[in-house]
Design a protein around this ligand. Structure first.
Ligand code: GDP
Ligand code: MG
Length: 308
C-alpha cells in the first residue's frame, strides 16, 4: 500500500484503492492452502497431500500499491459429511463464502469433478463475483491441453477472470493478484500494512505439529487427531510449549508414539525446526498423546478445540 494512494483519495480525485475479503474455495486437495501461502509469502496454512487438512478459517493479508486483499483459506467444501468435525468444517467454508466480497474458485488444471460442480453451484447461489484460479499447471503435459481447458471453464460461469497458476512453483501469481484486487470494492485498507495474519503463535504451533503428524502418519490414522496447546510460556527468549495430541481411541496411542517413541520424536523435531524459522524464536516442545473418546463426533470437544 502506498500512502499517496490514500492521500489522493481524500483529495478531489475518486478513490482508486481496493480492499476486501477474497475466499479461496474449492474441493479438498486442489491447493487452496498452498495458494494462500504463496500469495501472502508466508506459511500461514498447513499443507499435506491428504484431503481435509485445513480445518479452520485462515486469513492471510497482502497489501500493495493498488489493493489490500484479505485471502480467506477454508476447509474444502465436501459432500456427504457425517461426522460432527466434517460438518463443522463445511460450515466454516460456507460462512467464509457468505462474508466474502469475491470468491476465488480454485480448480486443478484439466480436472472437473462433481465436487467442483457443487462448489461452483454454491458460488452461483452466493451471488458473489468470482475469479477462477486454475492450479497445478506445472503438471500439465502437453501444455497445449491448457487452453481448451480454460475455455471450458469459461463456459461454465461468467468468471471475472480465469488465471492459470502453479501455487507450488509460484508461477503466474501476479496476474491472479491483480485480477482479485481489481474486482474487490473500492475501500481503504482494513489491516495495518505490515499485518499478514490474524492468528497468534499458539495456533501456528498447534497447526504445525498437526501438519508434521499428518505427514508422518500418512494413511495410518484417518481423521482422529487434534492438537491443543496446554502451556506456552516465554523464558529467556525461548518459547516453552506443552502440547496435547488428542486421539480418539486408546489403540491409536501407540501408532502416534511409534516404536520406542521414535515417531513422536521425529514429529517434535521437524515441528520445532520449522517453527524456529516461522516464529524467529527458539522453541522447546513437549508432546503428550492423550485419548478423548470420539472427540471428532463431540460438539463440546470440537468447541474446546476451536472447531465449531
Ligand atoms: P487444499 O486442500 O485445497 O488446501 O490443498 P493443499 O494446499 O493442502 O495441497 C494439496 C496437495 O496439492 C499438496 O500435496 C500440495 O503440495 C499439492 N499442490 C498444491 N499446489 C500445487 C501446484 O501448484 N502444483 C502441484 N504439482 N501440486 C500442488
Ligand atoms: Mg487446505
Amino acid at each position: 500500500m502506498s500512502g499517496e494512494a490514500i492521500v489522493s483519495g481524500e483529495a478531489t480525485e475518486p478513490p482508486t484503492f481496493h480492499c476486501g475479503f477474497a475466499a479461496l474455495v474449492g474441493r479438498p486437495n486442489v491447493g487452496k492452502s498452498t495458494l494462500l501461502n504463496a500469495l501472502v509469502g508466508e506459511k500461514l496454512s498447513i499443507v499435506t497431500p491428504r484431503p481435509q487438512t485445513t480445518r479452520h478459517r485462515i486469513v492471510g493479508v497482502r497489501t500493495d500499491a493498488e489493493a489490500q486483499i484479505a485471502f480467506v483459506d477454508t476447509p474444502g467444501l465436501h459432500s456427504g459429511a457425517r461426522r460432527a468435525l466434517n460438518r463443522a468444517m463445511n460450515r466454516t467454508a460456507a460462512a467464509a463464502l457468505a462474508e466474502a466480497d469475491l470468491c476465488v474458485l480454485v480448480l486443478e488444471a484439466l480436472r472437473w469433478t462433481a465436487e467442483d460442480a457443487q462448489v461452483l453451484e454454491r458460488i452461483e447461489r452466493s451471488g458473489r463475483p468470482a475469479v477462477a484460479a486454475i492450479n497445478k499447471t506445472d503438471r500439465v503435459r502437453p501444455r497445449a491441453l491448457l487452453l481448451p481447458y480454460l475455455a471450458e471453464v469459461g463456459r461454465r460461469f461468467a468468471f471475472r477472470e480465469i488465471v492459470p497458476v502453479s501455487a507450488l512453483k509460484g508461477h503466474n501469481l501476479e496476474p491472479l493478484v491483480r485480477a482479485i484486487g481489481q474486482n474487490l470494492p473500492l475501500a481503504p485498507p482494513l489491516f495495518p500494512e505490515a499485518q499478514r495474519s490474524e492468528r497468534g503463535p499458539s495456533f501456528r504451533i498447534a497447526e504445525t505439529i498437526r501438519e508434521k503428524l499428518t505427514l508422518e502418519l500418512n494413511q495410518e490414522l484417518p481423521y482422529g487427531i487434534a492438537v491443543e496447546i496446554e502451556r506456552l510460556v516465554e523464558e529467556d527468549g525461548q518459547l516453552n510449549v506443552s502440547a496435547a495430541i488428542w486421539v480418539e481411541r486408546e489403540g491409536q496411542k501407540p501408532i502416534v508414539i511409534g516404536a520406542g517413541g521414535e515417531r513422536l520424536k521425529r514429529v517434535g523435531r521437524s515441528a520445532r525446526l520449522e517453527l524456529n524459522r516461522l516464529l524467529g524464536q527458539r522453541l522447546h516442545l513437549e508432546l503428550w498423546v492423550k485419548v478423548r473418546k470420539g472427540w471428532a463426533d463431540n460438539a463440546r470437544a470440537l468447541k474446546q478445540l476451536g472447531l465449531e
